[in-house]
Design a protein around this ligand. Structure first.
Ligand code: SAH
Length: 356
């Protein structure tokens, strides 16, 4: 079996692979591709969860507008800048500002913060603020933002329509088209999917990986879907075989193992992309999830800089890993974990190193 130019059928059969000896071959191939294309450095992106307000009704996400049980917050300019200062002090190359789709974060407010972070720290700035108008994307790029993250969540149009209803007064969104526009505005672009969404088949997940291969993505984040009881999808059962819409044996489990397979196949599909080992993976296995992700294709981690009083309220899914820690605690823990693996801490902004 060669890992280059895998067909959709081959990708799907790796996703279904159960033999531990064969899976060792997959992990080794992904780790080898990671080493050859992006090297030993693990880049650290300091995550700032700037607001939990959201106007959308995504079927999977605990921040959805009608979750009235959730206390909402929006960080102030000073609070966000303090996190960016910490990122610089800890030696990170990038800060990531993420939030629900919150129009209380106005175009001007975000542009002003980007300028201040750039001026004071010189760090690379990544945004993950949802589906905003092009005018916002253009203004933020002009203010100095470098990268934009927008997961397409699933490449299957019917599943997407089921889990991702349009925003107020809008038509169904096309995140793939939005990513292409973002690239046109000069951003490095990142996307990704959740693994094990209720209704997601093996064929759909194989096509997600094929979509990564066909789009020239700079960053690709994949993590397990984690059920949230305050969402419509949260009432559906997850796990192998459980799906009201799929034939038996077709539902992708939202498991740790399936996430590693997806990370590994993603690395093989796009060898030079930046791929994080996600917090959602650490949520399934706090002791080892991040490490195993880094040994099976990933080269990025995102230590959380959000102040503890806010991070517990940024509940996209329940029981998120490390919600009580401070930024400094996350920093120390992550550094130790990376050194234990014998990998280096990345230096500099850690943007995409294009090959060929
Ligand atoms: N509002 C922004 C940021 C969303 S949070 C946006 O929509 O792009 C970032 C990511 O968290 C989402 O893209 C989604 O893939 C993931 N996420 C949300 N709910 C989740 C859940 N229940 N389980 C696992 N991942 C989830």
């Amino acid at each position: 079996m060669t890992f280059e130019n895998m067909t959709l059928t081959e990708i799907e059969s790796w996703l279904r692979e159960k033999d531990p000896a064969r899976l060792e071959l997959l992990w080794a191939a992904a780790d080898g591709a990671r080493k050859a294309h992006v090297g030993e450095a693990v880049h650290l992106r300091g995550l700032i969860e700037v607001s939990s307000h959201c106007c959308r009704l995504c079927g999977y996400c605990g921040l959805r507008a009608d979750n009235h049980g959730l206390e909402r917050y929006r960080m102030t300019r000073d609070e966000i800048l303090n996190c960016a200062r910490e990122a610089r002090e800890f030696g990170y190359g990038t800060v990531v500002m993420q939030a629900g789709e919150d129009y209380g974060l106005t175009r001007e407010f975000i542009a002003d913060i980007i300028r201040a972070i750039k001026e004071e720290t010189g760090l690379a700035v990544t945004l993950s603020l949802g589906e905003r108008p092009d005018e916002d994307f253009i203004a933020w790029r002009a203010a100095g933002a470098d990268r934009y993250l927008l997961r397409f969540e699933t490449s299957d149009p019917r599943l997407y329509a089921m889990i991702h209803p349009p925003g107020p007064g809008r038509t169904m969104s096309d995140r793939l088209a939005m990513l292409e526009r973002l690239r046109g505005f000069g951003y490095e672009i990142g996307s990704g999917v959740m693994v094990g969404i209720p209704g997601q088949s093996y064929g759909m997940l194989a096509r997600d990986i094929d979509t990564f291969r066909n789009m020239d993505l700079d960053m690709i984040g994949v993590g397990p879907y984690i059920s949230h009881p305050a969402t419509p999808l949260g009432s559906e059962e997850t796990g192998e075989g459980a799906s009201p819409t799929l034939l038996p044996g077709e539902q992708v489990p939202n498991s740790e193992l399936m996430t590693y397979k997806t990370v590994a196949l993603t690395r093989l599909a796009r060898p030079d992309a930046n791929i994080p080992s996600t917090t959602a993976l650490a949520t399934l296995n706090l002791a080892q999830g991040r490490e195993l992700g880094l040994q099976r294709g990933a080269n990025i981690v995102m230590p959380n800089l959000t102040p503890p009083e806010y991070r517990k309220l940024y509940e996209i899914y329940p029981a998120k890993a490390c919600i009580a820690e401070t930024g400094r605690e996350c920093h120390t823990c992550m550094g130790a974990r990376i050194r234990c693996l014998g990998r280096e801490l990345g230096r500099g902004p850690g943007g995409r190193k294009r090959q060929g």
